[in-house]
Design a protein around this ligand. Sequence first.
Ligand code: SLL
Length: 181
Amino acid sequence: RVRVRGVTIHRPIIYGNTATVLTSAERLETSHYPDHTHRWTVAVRSATSAPDSDIVGGADDLGYFIKRVTFKLHDTYPNPTRNIDKPPFEVSETGWGEFEIQIRITYVPESGEKATTLYHHLKLHPWSITFPLPNASAVPAEPEIPSPENAAKLGPVHSWQYDEIVFTDPFQNFLNLLTAH
Ligand code: SLL
């Protein structure tokens, strides 16, 4: 196995989450967790999306060089370590609280590359100082969590980071694999 010295190759990604407020009907469906208020999805996606796609990030084009993405959820979740072995690399759950998610990206074995660890703070609330208030003097000094009704009106929350996975002096066969896509 030969390394190609002096070469760096990068692959753009986005990672993060979307979240929506559960409707009262959905809260009944998840009634074994009556305290759950939100549905969310955390994901790692390609940042080179299909031109006709209306979402940022293509769901299916990371699998040729990523073998597994491990999402480590808060210990309040059953089986908090979630291994996803094919695209889309994402986990959907319901819950009530924000927390830090560890995201571990493992590459295909022929890459010879070490895993990458990222951290994402799961965002559920549209922390807001701009939401219309009944009277101007009531403007809070600190951002506040809107009520569930107001949060639902504000729509889904999105929290995404752009990043680039950089491979330095890659093995020749891995470089071939990357450039073939
Ligand atoms: C907080 N430090 O106190 C955070 C912890 C934990 C979130 C948030 C439900 C898990 C379950 C859930 O949303 N956990 O019951 O399945 O805000």
